[in-house]
Design a binder for this molecule. Structure first.
Ligand code: DQA
Length: 154
């Protein structure tokens, strides 16, 4: 595994200023730095000389772009950490693309910063979870860190 794709859906580019009471006050740059440090620490505690896995973190507000990145994951055989944001709750197109990843035998971990089940009713449904390898929600940026840990442990 050379890298992990960390894909973020709509409005997550505004982390830091978007509803800090729900999502915290750190932005995606801070998340990337955390994951890069975790990957380096994991490599240092593993096989001597082992290279840290690369963290390829991206964000888009565009459903089509997110789907094309999932195709890329399949074609390059790259594990995925996916925060589908609001697409979680209604995008069957994104679900079908996520299924391509897991059907190809690659891990795809659905993550959420907040716990959608403790919020508005429309957030209680995820159309993605049924095709994900696993789901982690409610731990802030810790949800991504736990997902990376899980992928590295596979
Ligand atoms: C979110 C939860 C979603 O309901 C919401 O639309 C988001 C972020 C989370 O990370 O907690 O944009 O996926």
């Amino acid at each position: 595994m050379a890298s992990v794709l960390v894909l973020n859906g709509p409005n997550l580019g505004r982390l830091g200023s978007r509803e800090p009471d729900v999502y915290g006050s750190q932005d995606l740059g801070a998340l990337e730095a955390l994951l890069v440090a975790d990957a380096a620490a994991a490599a240092a505690s593993g096989v001597p000389g082992g290279e840290p896995v690369g963290i390829d973190l991206r964000q888009t507000n565009d459903e089509a772009e997110l789907i094309s990145w999932l195709y890329e994951a399949v074609d390059t055989r790259t594990p995925v950490i996916l925060n589908p944001a609001a697409f979680t709750h209604y995008s069957y197109a994104l679900r079908d693309a996520a299924a391509l990843v897991t059907k190809a035998g690659l891990p795809l971990v659905e993550v959420h910063i907040s716990n959608p089940h403790a919020r508005e009713t429309f957030r209680h449904t995820s159309v993605i979870s049924g095709v994900a390898s696993g789901v982690i929600a409610g731990f802030g940026f810790g949800s991504y860190r736990l997902a990376l840990r899980g992928i590295l442990d596979l």
